[in-house]
Structures are given as structure tokens and as C-alpha cells.
Design a protein around this ligand. Structure first.
Ligand code: IMP
Length: 498
């Protein structure tokens, strides 16, 4: 007969935090959100720390190189998805590692014989008004000139004419050499009153553009997650099928951490894959998951996992619970796994961070997950809403939406994640849909971070370990929910998005 666990499976919505005494040294400005990413000796620092406890889901719809760059600049980390060829995933990792603040890879590129109407279409698609004219129309072709929206007007100029007729030729363009630093480039932008400075490599091939409008950008991100060479950090998802080929390619591309990504990580496959990575590539940290209980956590920690991801069935696009009847309320799962993590630390002296993955619906759920013991969170829906995510932005009657689809949906068909037997999906475990568009990640995440910091202040903590060890949680009844929902007719203001 099956064993029935006495404790009810609970979700974040069933809990609230009690305020603790707030000391005078405790303010949003003094809150430090640093958190360990990978296994380390208890009492020492993790080899990789995040400046803020956010990671983006290993999903096609979410973790693009653009999103990874934006998130790392805000102290977090993306895990680029593995539902693509090894070459494409390695190229995505390289794109993040090669990012140089202020140096932009041109995304608006044309050939000299392209028509002005083609240029208008490209500018409309990218939303940018400066285009590089290169010999082959790529971002790294030989630079022939620059053309901006100020160089032509549809009523004055023949849109069927070639771009070459309106561009400023490279001979007349101030440009910089490949070894130029950002401060040198900025000095030239201001001294020569330029809007844009192209940086050229060997043979006059375009490498980057530096824009005057990005000047203040770097100062905005004091908490960036960077490696020893000051390059942004990036993670990569891997599966238990082709890891022997994928892991070396990702390592070579510069990935900082890997994560075995499975809807059910409590398996011999995952333990074998983790042991293989530890044996052949001990220099790269590798996490595992997903699990929902202490027993499964300990299994993966003993197999060598550098962090463990928690969550089955709670994801917003997830239908695993309906399809297979497995899963656990995310709050119960995190509390149980956190207790096992602490027991593992007592027994071995090693701290294996845990990540609460999926089912974070409101901003305050992040605070609850961290208070319950998560070292960092992973979110899909949350990040899918931003400009930097992969899904298309579409207009609807009620405003814009972004596409968001699960890895177990027919759209993604990530059969490596779901182990239904053989290659391909027999049934779907995720849905394909839309989420409300939420603009730029930098602004959205800043609001979430502000809420998290003020919650921590109310709970009298300035660090995440302090928050975890002192937080007091209470279960809420239906009646206590009603208390804060008395009927007040709301003024018609734009909807908030969290
Ligand atoms: P969200 O933040 O609630 O949207 O959940 C994102 C998480 O759901 C991911 O990090 C995965 O762990 C999980 N997930 C992604 N795609 C699917 C799917 O198709 N079915 C079930 N779970 C999924």
C-alpha cells in the first residue's frame, strides 16, 4: 500500500511573513541580496555568487542571449536553453560572454544596393534609426558606411533608390580600432560631437557600434554578475541524453555553470550524468533537478550536484499535475528540501544551494521562497513578459501580450526534458499561450527588487542568510484573506503587472 505523507501540500499563497523588529541599520540601501550559486564549504564563500537571487528559466520562450545579458547586468543569471543544436547553444553562450558594455553588435544592417524602402522596413523591425551598411549586409561585414533615419525622407527621396546614395561613406566617418576602450570611445563621441562611433577590426570589418545615448548605461549596473575577466556570467541547460558532446562545447564557449534540466530529476540518469561531469570536467559547476523532497535532494547532492532545483508541477504553463498526477505544492517542496540541505551541511560540511523554480506568481512569492530557505529563484512567466525574452510581442484589444510556451508543449517539443520513452512527446506537459507584456527587464526587475528589499527590512534583515534564519511565517485562512479584500471600487489606473 502507498505511503501517505501526513503533511498537506501547500503553496506560497497560503503563507504570509510576520514583520520582525526593524533595526536602525536596516534600510533598503543597506540590504545586500548576494547569494551563493554553487556548492561550497559551509562558512566559506561560494566560487560563484549572484548579486541578486534571480535566474531565468531554461526555456525557449525565456532565456535568450539578450535576456541573459540584461539579467546578468542586474546581478542574476540566465540558463540558456538546450532545446537547440549544440552549435547554436554554444553560439548563444559566446554572445553573452563577448558582450562588452557600451559596445553594441549592430542589429540594423543593410547592403549598399538594398533599397531605401528595404532599409525603412529593417528599421521598423528593429526599432533603431542607425543602420550599418556592410558589403554583405551582416553585422560583421566590411563597413561601407552608416545611414540614419535623418539621412533621407520618404517624400524627398526615391525609396526605390539604393541605400548607398544616402549613406555617409566609411572614408568620411570617424571610426575606432578594435582595441579602443569604452572611455576612449566615449571621449571621441563627445569631443567630435558624434552620435555613433563604429569600431572596426581586421580588413575594415565592423565589430561594434558605440552610441552616445548609451553613455550613462554602465553606471546603472553596480551589481553585475561577472567572472574574473569581468565578462558577464551565463549558465546553460543540459539534458541527460547528449551531455557528453554538449558539455565540452558549452565549456569551450565559456559557460559559467550548467544545469541538468528535467521535469523529474530524481533519477539514476541524472546521477550518472552529474558524476560524469564531475569526473571529466570538475572545473564547471553543474546543478540538477527538479525535485520536491529532501530524499531526492540528498540523492542529487550525493551524486555531486552543485545546486538543486526544486519544483514539479507548479509552473504557470505546466500541466504535469493534470497529465501525470505528480508534483507538490511549491512551499511544501521548498521547506522540505531546505531542511534536507541544512542536514546535508551538518553531516558533510558542504552547503549545496537550492533554487525555487516555477509557480512564482506575485512579487512577494520571491520573498516567501527565499524566507523558506531557497538561495535563489528561477522564473519563466515573469521574464517572458519582458522585451528581452524570445516570444513575439503582439497587440490585443486590451494591450500588448508576449508569447509564452512551455517546454513540454507541442511548440517546444523538448522531449529530452520529459522522459516519456523514446524521442518525441507522446502527450503534452505544457501549454502554449500569452502573458501580459511588461516592457523592459531593467525596469520591471528593479521594482521586484525594491519590493523584496522592503519586505526584508520589515522582517529586520539586511542579508539573505539573516532573512532565512529569522523569518517568521504564518499560514493564512480564507477568512484572513477576505480581511484585506473589502470592497473598494478601484480608480481606473493602468494595470500593474506582477
Ligand atoms: P513559471 O515561472 O511559473 O512560468 O515556471 C517556469 C518553470 O516551469 C520552468 O523553469 C520549468 O521548471 C517549468 N516548465 C517549463 N516548461 C514546462 C512545461 O511545458 N511543463 C511543465 N513545466 C514546465
Amino acid at each position: 500500500m502507498a505511503q501517505v505523507i501526513a503533511e498537506v501540500s501547500r503553496t506560497f499563497n497560503e503563507f504570509l511573513l510576520l514583520p520582525n523588529r526593524t533595526r536602525t541599520d536596516c534600510s533598503p540601501a543597506t540590504v545586500d541580496l548576494r547569494t551563493p550559486l554553487v556548492r561550497h564549504l559551509a562558512g566559506e564563500r561560494s566560487a560563484i555568487e549572484l548579486g541578486s537571487p534571480f535566474t531565468s528559466a531554461i526555456m525557449q520562450a525565456v532565456s535568450t542571449p539578450d535576456l541573459a545579458i540584461a539579467l546578468a547586468r542586474n546581478g542574476g543569471l540566465s540558463f540558456l536553453h538546450h532545446n537547440q543544436s549544440i552549435q547554436d547553444q554554444a553560439a548563444a553562450v559566446r554572445q553573452v560572454k563577448n558582450f562588452k558594455a557600451g559596445f553594441v553588435t549592430s542589429d540594423t544592417n543593410v547592403r549598399p544596393d538594398d533599397t531605401l524602402s528595404h532599409l525603412v522596413a529593417v528599421m521598423r523591425r528593429t526599432g533603431h534609426s542607425t543602420a550599418a551598411v556592410t558589403h554583405d549586409g551582416t553585422a560583421t561585414g566590411r563597413l561601407l558606411g552608416l545611414v540614419t533615419s535623418r539621412d533621407f525622407h520618404p517624400q524627398r527621396h526615391d525609396l526605390d533608390g539604393p541605400v548607398a546614395g544616402r549613406m555617409t561613406a566609411v572614408a568620411d566617418l570617424p571610426h575606432a580600432e578594435a582595441d579602443t576602450t569604452l572611455s576612449e570611445a566615449n571621449a571621441r563621441l563627445w569631443d567630435q560631437r558624434l552620435d555613433c562611433l563604429p569600431v572596426l577590426g581586421a580588413g575594415g570589418h565592423l565589430q561594434y557600434l558605440v552610441f552616445r545615448s548609451d553613455y550613462a548605461d554602465n553606471k546603472r549596473f553596480p551589481n553585475q554578475a561577472v567572472d574574473a575577466a569581468k565578462r558577464l556570467r551565463v549558465g546553460a541547460g543540459v539534458n541527460t541524453h547528449d551531455y557528453q558532446e554538449r558539455v565540452p562545447a558549452l565549456l569551450e564557449a565559456g559557460a559559467d555553470a550548467l544545469c541538468f534540466d528535467s521535469s523529474d530529476g530524481y533519477s539514476d540518469w541524472q546521477a550518472q550524468a552529474l558524476s560524469w561531469v564531475k569526473k571529466h570536467y570538475p572545473e564547471i559547476p553543474a546543478g540538477g533537478g527538479n525535485v520536491v523532497d529532501g530524499e531526492a535532494f540528498t540523492f542529487l547532492a550525493e551524486a555531486g550536484a552543485d545546486f538543486v532545483k526544486v519544483g514539479v508541477g507548479g509552473g504557470s504553463i505546466c500541466i504535469t499535475r493534470d497529465q501525470k498526477g505528480i508534483g507538490r505544492g511549491q512551499a511544501s517542496a521548498v521547506l522540505d528540501v531546505a531542511a534536507a540541505r541544512d542536514a546535508f551541511r551538518e553531516r558533510t560540511g558542504e552547503y549545496v544551494p537550492i533554487c525555487s523554480d516555477g509557480g512564482l506568481v506575485h512579487d512577494y512569492h520571491v520573498a516567501l521562497a527565499l524566507a523558506m530557505g531557497a538561495d535563489f529563484v528561477m522564473m519563466g512567466r515573469y521574464f517572458a513578459r519582458f522585451d528581452q525574452a524570445a516570444g513575439a510581442k503582439l497587440p490585443t484589444r486590451d494591450g500588448f501580450v508576449k508569447e509564452y510556451w512551455g517546454e513540454g508543449s507541442n511548440r517546444a517539443r523538448n522531449w529530452q526534458r520529459y522522459g516519456q520513452g523514446g524521442e518525441g512527446l507522446i502527450f503534452e506537459e505544457g501549454v502554449d499561450g500569452y502573458v501580459p507584456y511588461a516592457g523592459d527587464l531593467n525596469e520591471g526587475l528593479a521594482t521586484t527588487i525594491a519590493k523584496l528589499k522592503t519586505t526584508m527590512v520589515s522582517c529586520g534583515s539586511v542579508t539573505l542568510p539573516e532573512f532565512q534564519s529569522t523569518a517568521r511565517l504564518t499560514l493564512v485562512s480564507d477568512q484572513s484573506f477576505q480581511e484585506s479584500h473589502a470592497n473598494v471600487t478601484l480608480r481606473d489606473t493602468p494595470a500593474t503587472i506582477a
